[in-house]
Design a protein around this ligand. Structure first.
Ligand SMILES: Nc1ncnc2c1ncn2[C@@H]1O[C@H](COP(=O)(O)OP(=O)(O)OP(=O)(O)O)[C@@H](O)[C@H]1O
Ligand SMILES: [Mg+2]
Length: 152
């Protein structure tokens, strides 16, 4: 039988990732699985030119971003009362989002990734966003691709 114990839900805190999280919560509850709600703080040059700062400055900026991510996690989790019934571990990673999610997948031996087609940018004329498309393409485990709410 297909066993789902560990589910990664990558999040950029958009409405799209909320709808993926919602589906992952239902799935986790049904399978008694654990959710790894994961956000990747993208390294420079994705953020403003971080290399303009010295090492200490860079560290401080990243620390602040990680702290803020934790607050966003709390807000996202609060939206879903059913989250209380599910084992959720939050993770803040740093680097290239798709790469970090794929490494996490390997590291924890995840069974499934639940990801939305789009995120913060949401150019819907493209089938999938950049992060979503790379994860879908290179994932070693099953991926549940969650569509925009009105199509799901
Ligand atoms: N930094 C990130 N950390 C974790 N998950 C992310 C991150 N960025 C995106 N995701 C996940 O990927 C999903 C799709 O977002 P993606 O970034 O691929 O599309 P987009 O923002 O619409 O387009 P773009 O390619 O311009 O960023 C999001 O809903 C979220 O689940
Ligand atoms: Mg994006």
């Amino acid at each position: 039988m297909f066993n789902v114990d560990k589910i990664i839900v990558p999040t950029d805190f958009s409405d799209y990732s909320d709808s993926a999280f919602q589906k992952a919560l239902d799935l986790a509850e049904a399978c008694d699985a654990k959710i790894y709600l994961s956000h990747v703080v993208a390294d420079a040059p994705d953020i403003f030119a971080l290399d303009r700062f010295d090492k200490e400055g860079q560290k401080k900026i990243m620390k602040d971003l990680e702290k803020q991510s934790k607050e966003y996690f709390e807000e996202q989790i609060k939206k879903f009362p059913e989250a209380q019934k599910v084992d959720i571990e939050t993770k803040v990673l740093r680097g290239i989002p798709s790469k970090e999610i794929l490494s996490l997948q390997k590291k924890i031996n995840a069974d499934m990734v639940v990801i939305a087609t789009h995120g913060q940018t949401a150019f819907e004329e493209f089938l999938w966003g950049n992060t979503a498309s790379k994860i879908i393409r290179y994932s070693k485990c099953s991926v549940l691709v969650v569509r925009k709410p009105k199509y799901s």
